[in-house]
Design a protein around this ligand. Sequence first.
Ligand SMILES: C[S@@+](CC[C@H](N)C(=O)[O-])C[C@H]1O[C@@H](n2cnc3c(N)ncnc32)[C@H](O)[C@@H]1O
Length: 353
Amino acid sequence: MTTTPLTIDPLNTAAKRKIFGMIQAFWQSQCLYVATRLGIFNLLHDEGAQSADTLAEKTKTKVDRLYVILRALAHLDVLAERPDRIFAATETSALLVTNHGPSIGHFAMHITEPAQWDAWNQLEAALHTGDVAFERANGKSVYDFCQDEPWSGDVFMNAMSFLTDHAIDALLDVYDFDRFPTIMDVGGGQGGSIGNIVKRFGCKGILFDVPYVTATAPAYLAKLGVSEGSIEVISGDVFEAVPTGADAIVMKYFISAWNDDDARIILKNCRAALPPHGKIILLQAFVPDLDDPKTAPDGIMPGLFAVQIMVSVPGGAWRTRQQFKTLFEECGFKLEKTVDTGTNLSAMEFGLA
Ligand SMILES: C[S@@+](CC[C@H](N)C(=O)[O-])C[C@H]1O[C@@H](n2cnc3c(N)ncnc32)[C@H](O)[C@@H]1O
């Protein structure tokens, strides 16, 4: 057997920089996690610039160790470093503040918390066995974990609410939800999506999710300014049954968490709950086809996100538009339209076949 010698161009610094960047990416995520969890961004935002000593005292950490993290974050332009180890907030760190409502800081913490980290350690083993890496590492599903661990559950709900806040206006600007008298969000979290839909279009809403999540929904919806009584909050298990009464079902970043067999049960239950004119509106990012751009306009890379999804839930690895279309068709739906929104979020609308 002849092998072609590998030619390495010593001057190929662009490729090397790229690889160094990839290697260093996980260090960045962990610096982000630690600083967000310690509340560093909250302190700098609420109280102004302060020294590493003061920040260490307030966060009960060793100053010389904390300083290394703060300096790295300054080198990444997340913080600004001034003489005498003084650190100040920046435009980027303002986004990571977590004590003024859901933010990208919650999303960062959810994705990089120790339970997720442990799951990534199981990735190689899970490739061989086909297990869900999160379940190998933590002994339970991510949803059960979030239910049992109050801090993780709270961060998860806020992370999901942030993702909704981030993309919802762009969706509502282009999608004609005003056709539907009643819309139900299945796996709708705290109600950010349905709350905004009801507020904008004046329809009735139903929010359906598991009990520990729906318990937080009334307070969240009130804060969002949704008028009382316009959204019915229902707790339950989508694998048992889906409530009736909606003309359209919205599912945002929900069915992607499940493998095809589970997804078929969910879609069967949705179909049983819908009237003949009913629709399902699938809202999420789709893994691009070969010739499509690989990064969504807001910076999310669905193909990379798919690895995170594969690590943490049974859903495998998200799906392409064609894979979703086939899955829905197998369950008695037909694709009626697709709408892109300019964020990571796109919509596929299905009617009953
Ligand atoms: C990835 S989150 C998406 C939340 C929301 N749709 C959004 O985009 O922010 C998935 C949601 O599905 C809910 N969920 C998980 N298992 C469920 C089940 N068996 N029945 C109903 N909801 C469930 C979770 O509690 C969570 O709120």
